[in-house]
Design a protein around this ligand. Structure first.
Ligand SMILES: [Zn+2]
Ligand SMILES: [Zn+2]
Length: 263
């Protein structure tokens, strides 16, 4: 299984960057995990979007789903998706319509977002929308995806992806510190974990991790490899890495766009 980082920014993009999005490829299968703002354009550098079999969303925050909008426009209006010849495209009877796994309630959220300019059913028409509940196990183009609720500001799921050859990726999504994630990721090949915060939230509900906390979660999970993500280019990555490595007890990577990992 090959994992390509499409975007790793938190809720505002790095200079030239994109928010959360990861391309997972295994054999002919292509699955996009999260599709935040900026991700569609990054996806096009690495994979033809009509060959994406499925998109899996961890939660319904803008930085994890907003680029479903341009993705849906492409699937709907691109000349190559039409039934008749347009320009140099021959026309197709089988336009691409990827499966879209999203948490329950997604249909209503999408309708509100694209309904703001009168395109209510844009996303549900372009994709084959399949809502899921925490704990559900999904079949994404032959990849097994387990889902598990983690504490965040809205209903959010960590995702654990396993290929038929045994390669395994666990993605922590956005999460406050939680033992749940350590147990869910137990002995995973690669834990892709957020490290959003320069220091813990000063007040209110916690919703994210610091790099040291991310490292600590990796250590408690017994993850073979740890990659930090959802971290702004406005934070010192060398500092973040040192903090995470000290807590993890081994080398830690910081996700960068275009980085590829194999598990
Ligand atoms: Zn979030
Ligand atoms: Zn986020």
């Amino acid at each position: 299984m090959r994992i390509t980082v499409l975007g790793k920014s938190p809720s505002w993009q790095d200079a030239g960057g994109a928010c959360s999005g990861y391309l997972i490829e295994h054999g002919d299968a292509a699955v996009v995990v999260d599709c935040g703002n900026g991700v569609f354009s990054k996806l096009r550098r690495f994979r033809d979007y009509v060959s994406v079999d499925a998109v899996v969303l961890s939660h319904l925050h803008a930085d994890h789903f907003l680029d479903l909008v341009p993705f849906a426009y492409a699937l709907t209006y691109a000349p190559r998706q039409q039934p008749v010849p347009v320009d140099r495209w021959p026309g197709t009877d089988h336009p691409a319509r990827p499966v879209l796994f999203a948490p329950h309630g997604a249909r209503e959220v999408f309708r509100r977002v694209v309904g703001a300019w009168g395109n209510e059913d844009l996303i549900e028409n372009a994709f084959d929308l399949r809502p899921y509940a925490p704990g559900d196990e999904l079949d994404a183009a032959g990849l097994r995806v387990r889902t598990h609720a983690v504490p965040h500001f809205v209903a959010t799921n960590a995702l654990d992806v396993t290929a038929d050859d045994g390669g395994r990726l666990t993605y922590g999504a956005d999460s406050a510190p939680t033992e749940e994630l350590c147990a869910f990721a137990h002995r995973t090949d690669l834990l892709l974990i957020e490290a959003t915060l320069p220091r813990p939230e000063r007040d209110g509900q916690r919703g994210h991790l610091t790099p040291a906390e991310a490292g600590e979660h990796g250590r408690r999970a017994g993850a073979a490899r740890l990659v930090l993500t959802h971290i702004s280019d406005e934070l010192d990555h060398l500092w973040a890495r040192r903090e995470a490595q000290a807590a993890f007890g081994g080398p830690v990577d910081i996700a960068s766009e275009g980085a590829v990992y194999s598990v």
